[in-house]
Every structure is written in C-alpha cells, then in structure tokens.
Design a protein around this ligand. Structure first.
Ligand code: XMP
Length: 325
C-alpha cells in the first residue's frame, strides 16, 4: 500500500542500512526535491549528514535566505553555505549557447561542491569518511535523462549540478521512484513548512538558463527584479497552487522600441511562461486572468529599468519545453 508513512519508513530503513556509521553530504538547491531528500536522510542518519548550499548567484530574490533560515529551522540540519557568485559569472562570461551554459554551471557546481566536501572532511578528520552523496532525483528526471526508458536526453538536466562521473561517491536517491506531488506529501509528513514543500519547481541552473543571451551580473539583477514582481503578483492573486510554475525569461539579445515617460526607449522584452502540468513531462500554458497579467506587465515595465515590453508565452509542451533553454 502506498502511503507517505510507508515510503518514509522504508527509505529511512534503507538509508540507515546503506550508510551505517559513515557520513553523507547533500547539495541543497533551494528546491523541493533536494530539501525533501535531505530531510529524509536527516531523519535516517541525523548528524552524519551535512548539507551544502552553493550560492551561484543565479538564484531568485530571497532564495538563499530561505535555505539558510527556513530549512535549517525546520530540520536542524548542519549546513555549509558557499558563496561562489564570482566564480560562476567568470565561467559563464561570453557564453550564450544553452547547452554550453548548462554544462558550465554543472561543472562549476561540482568543483565547488568537491571543495566543500574536502573542507567538511578536513574540519573533522577523525570522523567517519564521507562516502555518500544524496541526490533529489525524481522519477521524471530519470526518464527524461534517458535512465528509465532508454529515450534520448532532452536537456542535460541536473538536480545537484549533474552526476559527476569521476566523483567517488555512492549515491543515495530516496525519491527516485516518486513524482513531484508524492514528494510534496512526503515533505509535509516530514514536517517541512509549506513555503518549502509547496514551492514551485525551479531549475538547478537557475536564472542562468532564463537569460537568452550571455549571463551577466546586470542582467541577473534585472531578471531577479522582474521575476520577484511576477511571483509577488501571482501569490497576491492566490494563483500559486493553480499553476505549476511560471518561468520569467529575459530576452537579453532582443531589443524593441517603446515609449516610456517622455521619450523613446529601446529595451528588452520579458517573457512570462506560466504553465500548468502534472509532472513537467507535458504542460499547457496557464490561462491566467487578464487583470493579473496586466498588473504584472505594468509593474515590470514601470519598475524594472531597461524593460519596455512584457510578452506571454502561449505554447504547450510539446512542442515548447517549459524553460526557454
Ligand atoms: P523543461 O524545460 O525540460 O523542464 O520542459 C521540465 C521541468 O524541469 C525543470 N528543469 C530543471 N530542473 N535541473 C532541474 O533541477 C535542470 O537542469 C532543469 N532544467 C529544467 C523545469 O523548470 C521544469 O519544471
């Protein structure tokens, strides 16, 4: 019988069995999957787990703080936060190709993660070795990466930054058989707060794959503002549970003419991509109320410098993926 209680009991037993007295680390992305995976492993092995959060500077407004405060408060987990913003920006300089961006972000992530891991070992050298890596891989990730059915890789997905091929870890993937809604139920049962459990999906490479064009600090700041406004208005309108997620995308390589204040502007478009979905494998564009769209558009064009147009993506998946890159 499938109940969250059974899933938790089974996984906790399996994880204890697998890890024994050794130690594990878990990368937190700020998302639901890694948070629930971490909480589950924490329940199983307590202080034998250390979580690592790599702040790559591609996060949305308030996300790093949410991990630092809310998650630690809810779980009591040991957390190591690494500020790697400069490093990621430098690695991404001059790169526009989506797959290349994903690969760079994945690669840098692993490097920072390995460093953090070495530090954790160095800080407590007498302890048991760190042999396990916790990943919040879900069933759809397994399928879309070709692991489940032999289908071709659609995008180089990575939850915790990609599976490091030469990394000497054994994997713990307690959510591998679950869909998102089931993961949320497990998280709830584990006592994680709604702000974490009900969070909409957000890709590991973050805003880096929501800037069509080169990723720069200024563009990230601009997109962070636009995204925060869209999220605020959707929450205000009570729509968070109706939509699966709403990527906000900056078309950094596109400009169009506008008129703002007293004059002509030549600014960038922001794309809103609200979608409804069951499991992200397919999706439909959300029919959001016009007045909500109007408020988002007005606020973004008024409050975000260099943006003079807001457009709505009305493509289902397929043919469009949810993210633009
Ligand atoms: P696509 O764009 O492939 O996205 O339709 C499907 C779902 O996956 C999320 N996504 C990612 N999640 N790492 C992640 O953890 C990634 O690299 C990644 N790429 C896309 C996307 O937000 C959507 O929910």
């Amino acid at each position: 019988d499938w109940t969250t209680g059974n899933v938790i009991d089974e996984q906790v037993a399996a994880i204890r069995d697998q890890v024994g007295t050794k130690r594990a680390i878990c990368g937190l992305s700020g998302g639901v999957d890694s948070a629930v995976a971490a909480a589950l492993v924490q329940k199983a092995i307590g202080s034998q787990l250390t979580c690592v959060y790599v702040d790559h500077g591609l996060m949305r407004k308030g996300e790093t703080e949410q991990v630092e405060k809310d998650f630690v408060a809810a779980t009591g987990v040991q957390l190591k936060v690494v500020d790697a913003q400069e490093r990621f920006l430098a690695a991404l300089a001059g790169v526009s190709d989506p797959e290349e961006k994903r690969k760079i972000i994945g690669r840098e992530f692993i490097r920072v993660f390995e460093q953090a891991q070495a530090e954790i070992v160095a800080e407590a050298p007498g302890d048991q070795p760190v042999e396990f890596l916790v990943q919040g891989t879900l069933y759809p990730d397994v399928v879309e990466s070709g692991g489940g059915t032999g289908t071709a890789n659609i995008k180089s997905h990575h939850n915790v930054g990609g599976l490091p091929e030469d990394l000497e870890f054994q994997l713990i993937e307690p959510l591998r058989k679950l869909f998102k809604d089931e993961v949320r139920m497990v998280g709830q049962e584990l006592g994680l707060p709604d702000e974490i459990v009900q969070r909409q999906p957000f890709p590991g490479p973050g805003l880096g794959i929501r800037i069509v064009g080169e990723v720069t600090k200024d563009r990230l700041d601009l997109l962070r503002e636009a995204d925060a406004i869209a999220r605020e208005e959707l929450t205000e309108a009570g729509l968070d549970r109706d939509i699966w997620q709403c990527p906000v995308v900056l078309l950094a390589d596109v400009r169009s003419v506008g008129v703002q204040g007293d004059g002509r502007t030549y600014g960038h478009p922001i794309v809103l991509r609200p979608v409804s979905s069951e499991d992200a494998m397919t999706a439909d564009w959300s029919r959001l109320p016009y007045d909500v769209l109007a408020r988002i558009s007005t606020r973004i064009t008024n409050e975000v410098a260099d943006v003079n147009r807001v457009v709505l993506d009305v493509t289902s998946k397929p043919p469009g993926t949810i993210e633009w890159e």
